[in-house]
Ligand binder design. Structure first.
Ligand SMILES: Cc1cc2nc3c(=O)[nH]c(=O)nc-3n(C[C@H](O)[C@H](O)[C@H](O)COP(=O)(O)OP(=O)(O)OC[C@H]3O[C@@H](n4cnc5c(N)ncnc54)[C@H](O)[C@@H]3O)c2cc1C
Length: 404
């Protein structure tokens, strides 16, 4: 039913911190539920928490186990700022849709922050400002336009000149956009926290269990699993990350490779406010700090999927990332203590596909693509959660599989 990818290699920084363990059971007999969620990464966890909160009975399965997919590899800059600048997205999808996507993204990151506080999940959540630095995709003049376009749709953005950037942050670049309201967090702790909340509300977790075939009818969906038992549900949510199931339309989706490093803790060397930094460049670079003062730096994306080739490049890419990090923040000790690589899904516009599959109203897909994956997982939990409760989200069409 799905291609199995080698989603990540190396040792992500999150293994330096203990995430609570999430108990699972063996699936030994046929079972029934309101909603079956396939995938127990951040997307599946957000769905499970939302749906159990709304009173639905939920079963989650994962062929690896909870938290063992791409979610452990993310650098977890949870940004409302989409990878695709507003001024670039507008000509692709139209000005109205682009503004709507940016606003929804802004709203969802704020919703996520409230949700974590409400549920009391300890995931090192830190509100973060961000600096979007001038580069080869947007030069200073284009960045000024981008800041103006954001303000036009109601999203605060301040353009900083070279001098303002140096004075306030000690960063020597030609210009930047300063924004507020992004989130730094520990993705494994958040995912485990959400799953445990769903478990408290009687969700059932089975792993390792692979969904091998799907059959849907007017009233239900029946999923066959690797061990033999079937799971019957009123709705199915596919939260399988970058391992797409065959039933999902082959949209403009492609997989690329990406790399990341993390240093040892060095709280004394962290720049003002530990603002996220990311470059308007291709290939791009992004930087954040952890609560205890490690510096995470990622990027260097390459447009290929070959996992063996991806892994052999770890040493080379690590050196490049450390060199770029040093040139931006010379006060840092850039020696990597953690290095890792992963596969990464993108679409041509950078916008995710979320919602019921065409001609399969009971099968919903949650595809948290690209560098905004976690933000998109939150949007997906809102849109799909509403749809299963028979409420149509105003932005559902914008992200749907049937959008034009
Ligand atoms: C290096 C790197 C850096 C990143 N940085 C960021 C960032 O800074 N900010 C951000 O927002 N996003 C970032 N991302 C993206 C983010 O990691 C993903 O969007 C997110 O982890 C996807 O979560 P998921 O739950 O959808 O997928 P996963 O965590 O991969 O979970 C999917 C699960 O589905 C299971 N599964 C698949 N098929 C089946 C099947 N047939 N049966 C049963 N189980 C199945 C898998 O075993 C897996 O555990 C980054 C990604 C990488 C690799």
């Amino acid at each position: 039913m799905a291609r199995k990818l080698d989603l990540r290699s190396g040792r992500p920084v999150w293994f330096a911190y203990r995430a609570p363990s999430v108990p699972t059971e063996r699936l030994t007999r046929d079972v029934k539920t309101d909603v079956l969620i396939v995938g127990m990464g951040i997307s599946g966890a957000m769905m499970a928490e939302t749906l159990t909160g709304a009173g639905h009975s939920v079963i989650c399965i994962d062929r690896r186990g909870p938290l063992l997919g791409s979610t452990s590899a993310t650098t977890a800059l949870v940004q409302f700022e989409l990878d695709q600048p507003l001024t670039k997205l507008s000509p692709m999808v139209g000005k109205t849709s682009a503004g709507q996507a940016w606003r929804r993204s802004r709203l969802s990151v704020s919703n996520l922050s409230g949700r974590i506080a409400e549920l009391g999940i300890d995931c090192s959540l830190t509100p973060s400002s961000s600096l979007y630095l001038a580069g080869n995709v947007l030069d200073p003049a284009a960045l000024r336009d981008e800041a103006g376009a954001r303000r036009q749709v109601g999203i605060a953005a301040t353009y900083l000149t070279r001098k303002a950037l140096t004075d306030s942050f000690g960063i020597d670049r030609a210009g930047a956009i300063l924004s507020h309201g992004n989130l730094a967090l520990d993705p494994r702790k958040l995912t485990a926290g959400l799953l445990l909340k769903a478990l408290e509300r009687k969700a059932r977790f089975y792993a390792p269990v692979q969904a091998t075939a799907i059959e849907d009818s007017r009233d239900q969906v029946v999923v066959a699993t690797s061990g033999g038992p079937t799971i019957t549900a009123r709705h199915l949510v596919l939260a399988t990350g970058y391992e797409l199931t065959d039933i999902i339309p082959k949209t403009a989706h492609s997989i690329v490779s990406t790399w990341a490093i993390a240093t040892m803790p060095q709280p004394k060397n962290i720049w003002p406010g530990a603002a996220f930094m990311w470059e308007a460049s291709d290939p791009y670079l992004y930087i954040r700090a952890t609560e205890d003062g490690r510096v995470i730096c990622g990027g260097e994306d390459e447009e290929f999927t070959d996992e063996a080739r991806r892994d052999t490049l770890i040493a080379d890419k690590t050196k490049r990332l450390a060199k770029k990090l040093h040139s931006l923040l010379p006060q840092l000790d850039v020696t990597p203590e953690f290095t890792w690589t992963g596969s990464f899904g993108t679409t041509s516009t950078g916008m995710p596909y979320i919602g019921a599959l065409p001609r399969h109203p009971r099968i919903h897909a949650v595809m948290g693509y690209g560098g905004n994956g976690i933000t998109f997982s939150q949007i997906a939990s809102e849109i799909v959660g509403s749809a299963i409760g028979s409420v149509e989200d105003v932005d559902a069409k914008l992200f749907s599989f049937s959008r034009s």
